[in-house]
Design a protein around this ligand. Structure first.
Ligand code: SF4
Ligand code: SF4
Length: 420
């Protein structure tokens, strides 16, 4: 006999907003004709409602894995299995997604088929690290499900104190803003057997995440969620099409351009001329992308493209949430040699983390403990005034003529070292 759908008044509330709700997805599976999934999802809904009522979570971890791997499965056992027996085991397999999230429909259908055959039918695409989250496996289903996914060409992602799955934005294939080939760089760094070993066999002090965004719009959330954020940027001038800019002024009006473009430039680097053309003070542009995002036909990223590398972001741990700090303001990223240079730099940062982090410490916390100068020395990078966390908000760095100030700093450095 089919299990009864539980009453879920609190979960139902979550379906009332404007966005698609995960509750609706679970209910759809709960109403499916396949009794195996339907009962499991009904049980899950019951447990979730119970959690909302009591304001307590009832999942505990454990040790579940697949042959040859030390991580990648998130075990979840219910503490209220007596009340909700069908969802007593509800493990998640983290499977690496294709770089840039490029799938074809055939692949998507096959992934769904595998999970319907071996799992629960419930998937989340994607987790914060871009893993495909195959959710709701019982302990007995984990190995056969992974074998089928692996046979299809997919591999396990990272979990625990390991190199985590990396994410690259969709990049040059679909986005005109991409300042480097995010997919290529992602694959170069992660299709390395040594790197994969650190992902599949957790042996680090704690987790380490790389993320690759093609521009400062940062669609991968790298600046606040990755230990090493590689963000596309350019050196030199924004490309301007004055005729298209005038068209924008004509269609949107000067007020709109001033209110939503000119006054929103964080450094006041863009201005509107009396003849409806634009003037950009390029040395003061911090490449935030705002004006380019808004006026796509008139403005474009410059031709000399590369990346900025920012280090040390993370969600709350020992110290509060931290945003990443610019450690490499600009590294060209156009040739294969540039990609190899980036690989070498990323390896150095990663090795520094492995050698110096304490247990359960993210790289941002290591830097907080030892200081940015020691970290820079450890990875062999010279300090640079562009490393300030908030350009033009930092009272210790004179940004106007910063290059002159930097030269003075470098000139003084031997004396400082000698005094030490
Ligand atoms: Fe495009 Fe930039 Fe987003 Fe990448 S981060 S998809 S380049 S807007
Ligand atoms: Fe200003 Fe940002 Fe446009 Fe540069 S990219 S001119 S900083 S709005």
């Amino acid at each position: 006999m089919a299990k009864k759908m539980p009453e879920t008044p609190m979960l139902d509330e979550l379906e009332s907003g404007p966005w698609p709700s995960f509750v609706t997805g679970i209910k759809r599976l709960a109403n499916s004709e396949d009794k195996q999934y339907a009962d499991k999802m009904k049980s899950l809904l019951g447990q979730l409602e119970h959690s909302y009522e009591t304001r307590l979570g009832y999942w505990k971890g454990g040790a579940i894995g697949v042959r040859g791997y030390g991580g990648g499965v998130i075990p979840r056992f219910s503490e209220v299995a007596d009340k909700f027996p069908e969802s007593a085991e509800f493990h998640t397999l983290r499977i690496q997604s294709p770089s840039g999230g490029h799938y074809d429909t055939k692949t998507l259908r096959k992934l769904c088929d595998i999970w319907e055959e071996h799992g629960s039918g419930l998937m989340a695409m994607h987790g914060q690290c871009s893993d495909i989250m195959f959710q709701g496996a019982s302990s007995a289903q984990v190995q056969p499900a992974f074998d089928a996914l692996n046979e299809f060409g997919f591999d396990m992602g990272g979990a625990g104190p390991a190199l985590r799955t990396a994410v690259a934005c969709i990049g040059m294939a679909r986005c005109e803003f991409a300042c480097y080939d995010t997919v290529k760089v992602h694959r170069r760094i992660y299709c390395d057997p040594e790197m994969l070993d650190y992902m599949h066999r957790p042996s680090l002090p704690y987790k380490f995440k790389f993320k690759f965004s093609g521009c400062a719009n940062d669609c991968t959330n790298s600046v606040h969620r990755s230990d090493c954020a590689v963000i596309g940027t350019w050196a030199g001038d924004i490309k301007v099409d004055q005729a298209e800019f005038k068209n924008y002024v004509r269609t949107l009006g000067r007020k709109e351009i001033i209110d939503n473009i000119i006054t929103r430039c964080p450094t006041g680097a863009i201005s509107l001329n009396d003849d409806d053309t634009v003037a950009i003070d390029n040395p003061n542009c911090v490449k935030c992308m705002h004006c380019i995002d808004k006026l796509t036909k008139a403005l474009a990223v410059g031709d000399k493209r590369g990346v900025s590398i920012l280090i040390g972001a993370k969600h709350t741990l020992k110290i509060t949430d931290t945003m990443a700090t610019v450690v490499v303001p600009f590294m060209p990223m156009e040739t294969d040699e540039d990609v190899e240079n980036l690989y070498d730099f990323c390896s150095k940062v990663f090795e520094f983390f492995m050698d110096n982090a304490l247990e359960h410490e993210r790289l941002g916390e290591v830097i907080d403990r030892i200081g940015l100068p020691s970290f820079l020395e450890g990875i062999g990078v010279e300090p640079d005034p562009n490393m300030v966390i908030e350009p033009r908000g930092n009272p210790y760095v004179m940004i106007d003529d910063w290059d002159r100030e930097a030269k003075k700093w470098f000139a003084r450095k031997p004396a400082i070292r000698a005094a030490e």
